[in-house]
Design a protein around this ligand. Sequence first.
Ligand SMILES: [Fe+2]
Length: 494
Amino acid sequence: MTATTATVVHEVPSTLPADDDHPYRTGAWRPNHREWDAFDLEVEGHLPDDLEGVYLRNTENPVHPSIGLYHPFDGDGMLHSISFGGGRATYRNRFVRTDGFLMEQDAGEPLWTGFYDLAANSKLDGWGARGRMKDASSTDVIVHNGVALTSFWQCGDVYQLDPITLEARGKAPWVQDFPNPVGVSAHTKLDEATGELLIFGYSAEAPYLHYGVVDPAGRLVHAIDVPLPGPRLPHDMAFSEHYAILNDCPMFWDPELLAMGAHVPRYYRDLPTRFAVVPRRGTTADVRWFEAAPTYVLHWINAFEDGDWLVLDSFFQHDPAPAKREGTPKGMSLYRTIDLDRLQTRPHRWRFNLVTGETREESLSERVMEFGMINPQVAGRDYRYAYDMTGKPGWFLFDGLVKHDVVSGTEERYAFGEGVFGSETPFAPRPGATSEDDGYLVTFTTDLNTDRSECLVFDATRLSEGPIARVRLPERISSGTHSCWTPASQLAPV
Ligand SMILES: [Fe+2]
């Protein structure tokens, strides 16, 4: 076996204190500042020859202390890339060199407040639906037209990187054509069947929500307004073969406080959750609204058409606004809104009748899970399996992975083990697959026991047996948010 070659190609200077004790800048959230190139990574077990492609994960890596309160979604975006081919593995990681990151590097200090602080305290104007925020491009990553695209949950630019080398490729030009004044939200959705990227963006300005389509060659070919009653905080969207589905959940900035310049999300439990169903190339006049029980949803799993019905699956928050709880450690109570256990996020199904306008809904599982992935070949189509993460109670950390059969209701879980946390885990279809779950599951771990990170590869048909391969990374990486798998066949631009 060839020995691993691992090189630090750059180290980004940080002004974080050596004795930093913030719960989301230490432990599994300890940020990375070194950028590595590592080849011929050490593999324990068997790396399948037909696992060919790249696993990308975005993470939040703060470089400077925050101006005020820190939220783990404020940190600068860093992509981690592991590519597989011929039974070998290559790893790289790079900061997303956003405009805000570069300006703070020049300044040597933070210039913008984060999500938990007043926009007015930022030193400069900035980005985001809230405004005066840094677009850290740290939330999401997807590969479209052979290019990795990173994006930010409060909207902003879409940054482009080579998915293997992580070389910067500028900003996605189509964002300039999209009518949302603050850009595009995280959770652009790729439909592999058409090569289209479906996008949305929201802002504090009427009409508050926009939807669009980027064609396989990377051109914005469709954009419409989806008017809302006021500013909202949609995080994700869904699609079926013929429809896009956007949402108006009753969790939004308190209008009275907003008028005074404070952005305080509040849950309005007496308002319904509303769903906008629009043909994928439809107009504003084509938007149909469906109402359902109040909740907030971060992530949708999948949607598909079933005769007159449109079926939508996601994680229903049974307590979107958890109350403060006695005994919560000092400094942790603020972060109860990213604790899956407190939000009670459970798989849920809505059915919208496109003829009668009726809505039905039901729970799909009693288990608290989130960050669901599917075989991308069944996105927008009837499907059977979701691969979801379980959370460590009290934290925004993933302690296990569940294969959820949404047809039979059975669940199979793999626990990472005490002190080991995984990443959102995409499904990599096996070339020549004969069933929906014929493929691999790929994730990164952050192991506090050994101070290491690994990439784990599972056979998706035998999840509970544990990983078939463990690939050692050169340095322990921080926890983060979203990830994607792109097969080698989709790495070339159209
Ligand atoms: Fe997200």
